[in-house]
Ligand binder design. Structure first.
Ligand code: NAD
Ligand code: UDX
Length: 477
């Protein structure tokens, strides 16, 4: 049990808010946990009886929701009442890159953080611990505090209120969110108030051992989150840069990754070459880091981290160029099958997916795409590609150039090429020699996720190109 904390609320029912609160509710049955959002459709989906309709797909999430929803876990649009009855409020709203104005293209847009802070300032009653879960620039806690403090003065209507602010960044990765939340590598809590820190520690202590709970000052906590994501993204860009060199030299990136990763000082994680990192976090957080460095006149540091993003973009364009070249320099009106549109396996999230850039490039070259993804819906694909219209021409219609497929056979039928863009486990089971019989000749498989064992195709006339290796036609013989 914990320090008089009986009810907690989370503003933002997205990929972080939903799963995180579901785990807290499951591990702390004595707490009432309310997740609120402005988006009514999203809250309705979280409350849907049919658990396949939850807005977030994560392995293990359905079971948690089934166990806790309606008992001590609630999803609501009533932000006012939920904040008023809570002793602790988590802010887990989106913090996208600013599109216009000061810092556009780099700085984080804090408008959702600010509006959340204003709602807390207005509706909280008594003492409230405010916990930043969103990833935000260093010193954002100061902004939140200023908004909260200004509400403490001069209003007769509002019963006496007080606040403390903590930073508690979330390190979960999509696709493994529930496991990451149940077995976190660490829990980071930044703040000044020992009592408030202890109140949050007492919640985590219900399932996380105390040695894993790190307490820091609030700015270190905020910066640690940005730094962790920048380091992870940097590893992906590093291995992707070497994948290009492997293709030129006859080395195999999977062998290089293994050999490099077995050095305990380097470690084996995040050394998988691919079509570049996607997801809602890496790009936005590095851009934010770049922006902060520039603010402090640390231009060399800003340039250093910016290169991680440049390589990522280059990798996606590089792959498109290889595909077009292998298909005789043109893909106009050719049917290309796309396996996977999510930014990684085990999620329905397409934000910043490398598939967006690669598919856009191919559509601009005139290709017709057929896409199969076990969890992504056509509406999300179409939404991700909506900017293309301007890039191609006014009459370009996504639905005339992109369609979904419900089977591998349908996707392969008449295709000139198939691209593997997400490493869904079911793609590892595909019988390529069988499937390729349905394709137009010469047919190509482009394995951008390194999931095919190319040695099986030594004697085959099926053209397979693999990231960080090259083609079986060039490299095995
Ligand atoms: P998301 O877009 O999935 O969800 C955010 C939700 O907040 C949306 O549903 C939106 O409607 C809601 N919202 C915005 N303003 C609101 C307001 N004033 N009141 C009520 N609801 C409001 O975002 P996400 O992926 O869950 O990310 C949330 C934060 O966590 C971001 O800062 C992100 O960088 C960080 N983060 C994300 C991940 C991840 O894997 N997605 C991991 C760690 C940290
Ligand atoms: C990331 C961080 O891992 C997580 O700690 C943070 O809280 C949110 O951002 P996420 O973006 O959900 O999580 O997934 P992650 O597993 O980090 O993958 C990000 C991208 O990098 C994906 O597109 C993935 O395919 C790619 N990646 C990852 C590689 O290409 N190679 C690798 O070895 C690892």
């Amino acid at each position: 049990m914990s320090d008089g904390i009986k009810t907690i609320c989370c503003i933002g029912a997205g990929y972080v808010g939903g799963p995180t609160m579901a785990v807290i509710a499951d591990k702390c049955k004595y707490l009432k946990v309310i997740v609120v959002d402005l988006n009514k459709d999203k809250i309705n989906s979280w409350n849907n009886e049919d658990l396949t309709k939850l807005p977030v797909y994560e392995p293990g999430l359905k079971d948690l929701i089934k166990r806790c929803r309606g008992k001590n876990l609630f999803f609501s649009t009533n932000i006012q009442q939920s904040i008023a009855e809570s002793d602790m409020v988590f802010i887990s709203v989106n913090t996208p890159t600013k599109q216009t104005g000061l810092g556009a293209g780099e700085a984080s847009d804090l408008k959702f953080i600010e509006s959340s802070a204003r709602s807390i300032a207005e509706f909280a009653i008594g003492h409230t611990i405010v916990v930043e879960k969103s990833t935000i620039p260093v010193k954002t806690a100061e902004v939140i505090k200023t908004i909260l403090i200004s509400s403490q003065k001069g209003s007769e209507k509002i019963p006496e209120k007080s606040f403390t602010v903590l930073s508690n960044p979330e390190f979960l990765a999509e696709g493994t969110a529930i496991d990451d939340l149940i077995n976190p590598s660490r829990v980071l809590i930044g703040g000044e108030s020992k009592t408030s820190i202890n109140a949050l520690v007492n919640i985590y202590k219900n399932w996380v051992s105390e040695e894993k709970i790190i307490k820091t000052n609030i700015w270190s906590s905020e910066l640690s989150k940005l730094t962790a994501n920048a380091f992870l993204a940097q590893r992906v860009s590093s291995i992707n840069s070497i994948s290009a060199l492997c293709e030129k030299t006859g080395a195999d990136i999977s062998e290089v990754s293994k050999a490099v990763g077995m050095d305990y000082r380097i470690g084996r994680h995040f050394l998988k070459a691919g079509p570049g990192f996607g997801g809602s976090c890496f790009k936005k957080d590095i851009l934010n880091l770049v922006y902060i460095c520039k603010l402090y006149d640390l231009n060399e540091v800003a340039n250093y981290w910016n290169e991680v993003l440049k390589i990522n973009h280059w990798q996606q364009n590089r792959l498109t160029n290889i595909i077009v070249k292998k298909l005789f320099g043109t893909v106009t009106n050719k049917k290309i099958g796309i396996l996977g549109f999510a930014f990684k396996a085990n999620t329905n999230d397409t934000r910043e997916s490398p598939a967006i850039n690669i598919c856009s490039n191919l559509l601009m070259e005139g290709a017709k795409l057929t896409i199969y993804d076990p969890k992504v819906k056509f509406k999300d694909i179409s939404n991700s590609l909506k900017n293309l219209k301007n890039a191609v021409n006014d009459s370009f219609k996504i639905e005339e150039n992109v369609c979904m497929s419900s089977s591998f056979e349908q996707l392969a039928n008449g295709s000139d090429a198939i691209l593997i863009l997400t490493e869904w486990v079911e793609f590892k089971e595909i019988e390529w020699l069988k499937i390729s019989k349905l394709m137009r000749k010469p047919s190509w498989i482009f394995d951008c996720r390194d999931i095919i064992d190319i040695n099986h195709f030594r004697e085959s006339d099926l053209n397979i190109w693999k990231i960080g290796f090259g083609s079986n036609m060039d490299n095995l013989k």
